[in-house]
Design a protein around this ligand. Structure first.
Ligand SMILES: C[S@@+](CC[C@H](N)C(=O)[O-])C[C@H]1O[C@@H](n2cnc3c(N)ncnc32)[C@H](O)[C@@H]1O
Length: 159
């Protein structure tokens, strides 16, 4: 598969799973959290998909060059490893973690702190979609929606 095809498949998977999450969390209260603003593509899509929820985004840095930024109170700049714990107990209904490079390639250090941080931010029953595998007893692995290739994304529910 060409790199372009692979990229397109990844974007299509992202969109399909976010649509699935939107239906799945209808009855759950709580904000949406995104790790990794990047070029703001998924943030913009989350805004459209969850117009009534607060969306809090974390990244090292952010630039308006890439599109609309979250309001100042919902944009947290710095290393998520250090800034994320301040959101513990926020009761997020959905957390989208897109900090790359993803899959099994996540470095050992990230594989250590990221799975510990994620459950701290989610309400019980809240969902997380991650580009990296997250192993934690409080995170129950879920099947991806039909048509999404395994290993492209990882999907969990906070117990
Ligand atoms: C793949 S990009 C995100 C793409 C974005 N979701 C989009 O759709 O445009 C990954 C982002 O994660 C950020 N990132 C990676 N590790 C981070 C960390 N430990 N703390 C803060 N930001 C981090 C990078 O700065 C980068 O902007």
């Amino acid at each position: 598969m060409s790199r372009l095809d692979s990229f397109i498949r990844r974007m299509e998977a992202q969109r399909a799973i976010i649509a699935h999450v939107c239906r799945a969390i209808e009855r759950l209260k709580g904000p949406v959290v995104e790790f990794g603003l990047g070029h703001g593509r998924t943030y913009d899509h989350l805004r459209e998909t969850f117009p009534d929820r607060r969306i809090i985004v974390l990244d090292f840095e952010a630039s308006e060059r890439h599109g609309p930024l979250p309001p100042a109170e919902d944009l947290i700049l710095g290393d998520i490893r250090e800034t994320g714990p301040a959101l513990a107990g926020i009761g997020a209904a959905f957390l989208h973690s897109d900090i790359g490079p993803g899959g099994e390639m996540t470095d050992g250090e990230t594989a250590e702190w990221l799975p510990r941080l994620v459950p701290m931010l989610l309400v019980s029953g809240g969902l997380v979609l991650s580009d990296a595998r997250l192993q934690h007893p409080e995170l129950q692995p879920l099947c991806l929606p039909d048509g999404i290739e395994e290993g492209r994304y990882y999907f969990y529910r906070r117990r």
